[in-house]
Design a protein around this ligand. Structure first.
Ligand code: NDP
Length: 242
């Protein structure tokens, strides 16, 4: 397999932001993208956008907090396309709040999506990935390496993602490529989920001035197409100077 071979790529959280940009960029490069999320209407629109440019994006519903939903999605992909070459467990959420003020449900929701969801996705994808000597591209964050105020549990979930990447790299050295992309602020709806109105308003400008999701998608494409030359094991990207 060369770095020009079209790959079969599953992206979770493909209905918005970074996942959506990755789906479009990878499809435009000729790869086949299995795009999952809960918002199937947005995925359908994405599939049509790709098809208009002769790209392949196959929408499939998937709630990463449900292991059954994740397994069904992985099975549907491997049945339809005969296997999987790349997994991008991108679905992730953040609720920003000081630790003392955060509702417990917000912590649990981040753990359910950002850790348990990533684990379920990897568990469902690994057999086919190992068989195909495939590639795991985890979406970490600057928060995987640093801890910031008002986002302690989010940072903890991203530290877990990075630890998982390192564990996969160590255990499957001869069978998988493993990449962690650690972006700083990216201009997506990510921060709009924060229920603390004051913090949401304070943080929004940082995200408005952040990187465009396309830039993260270009980094993912670079990592995917490094096959045969080397492995990007960790890549940190930050907003440019202004
Ligand atoms: P968005 O809010 O734009 O997108 C989040 C995606 O996750 C959506 O497609 C959403 O789809 C999906 N999602 C949320 N909950 C679930 C669920 N239960 N099951 C399936 N999918 C779900 O955020 P971003 O694009 O910014 O974030 C993508 C990733 O990038 C996350 O892992 C985030 O932590 C990370 N990141 C973001 C940064 C930023 O500054 N924006 C910086 C660093 C990392 P739907 O609701 O349709 O299910």
């Amino acid at each position: 397999m060369t770095n020009n071979t079209p790959l079969r790529i599953w992206i979770t959280g493909a209905s918005s932001g970074i996942g959506q940009a990755c789906a479009l960029t990878l499809a435009a490069a000729g790869h086949r993208v299995w795009a999952s999320a809960r918002s199937t209407d947005k995925l359908e629109a994405l599939a049509q956008q790709a098809a208009a440019a002769s790209g392949t994006i196959q929408p499939h519903p998937c709630d990463v907090t449900s292991p059954d939903s994740v397994r069904a999605c992985a099975n549907a992909m491997t049945e339809a396309w005969g296997g999987m070459d790349v997994i991008i467990p991108n679905a992730g959420i953040g609720y920003f709040n000081p630790l003392q003020e955060a509702p417990l449900q917000e912590w649990q929701a981040m753990i359910d999506v950002n850790i348990s969801g990533v684990l379920s996705t990897l568990h469902a994808a690994l057999p086919s990935l190992i068989e195909n000597k495939g590639h795991v591209i985890n979406i970490g964050s600057l928060a995987a390496r640093q801890v910031f105020p008002n986002s302690g549990v989010y940072c903890a979930t991203k530290h877990a993602v990075l630890a998982l990447s390192e564990s996969l790299r160590t255990e499957f050295r001869n069978d998988l490529a493993v990449t962690t992309i650690n972006p700083g602020a990216v201009n997506t709806p990510f921060i709009d989920r924060t229920t603390n109105e004051e913090l949401r308003a304070n943080y929004r400008p940082q995200f408005d001035e952040g990187m465009e999701a396309d830039y993260v998608a270009d980094a993912v494409l670079f990592a995917v197409e490094s096959r045969g030359r080397g492995v990007v094991s960790e890549l940190t990207i930050r907003p440019d100077r202004r």
